[in-house]
Design a protein around this ligand. Sequence first.
Ligand code: ZN
Length: 143
Amino acid sequence: MRCVGADDGAASYDGSRFRPAQGPGRVGGMSDCVFCKIRDGQIPAKLVMRDDRCMAFDDISPQAPVHVLFVPLQHIPSNNALTPEDRELIGHLVLAASQVAAERGIADSGYRLLMNSGPDACQNVFHLHLHLLGGRQLRGSMG
Ligand code: ZN
């Protein structure tokens, strides 16, 4: 597997690998989407925050002491499906992540925000999400 050790950790959510979403790309819910199931309460997660546009929960396979995922409530498969109308939503995700970074006490020590898109980036859950990583010295290489 190309992405062992560098993936989202999301395959652990139900023990199977997630495929790119088939069919309609942007709908209120995808029946086979693990993040839509977390949103709908069908799969438990350690919720960090939730508002009318997004939710955040601890990654089940954390790659740093702080590893929180920020997920729009709307199913958007990846960055490739974003439209200009999503500008505010993406800004909302970044602001939510900045707030949680402060709440977790890593605002000054530093943290990383990243979004994986597509197979080469090891995106495993095809529901757009923003990673917040911090709590220790992160490695300098991002590729
Ligand atoms: Zn979804």
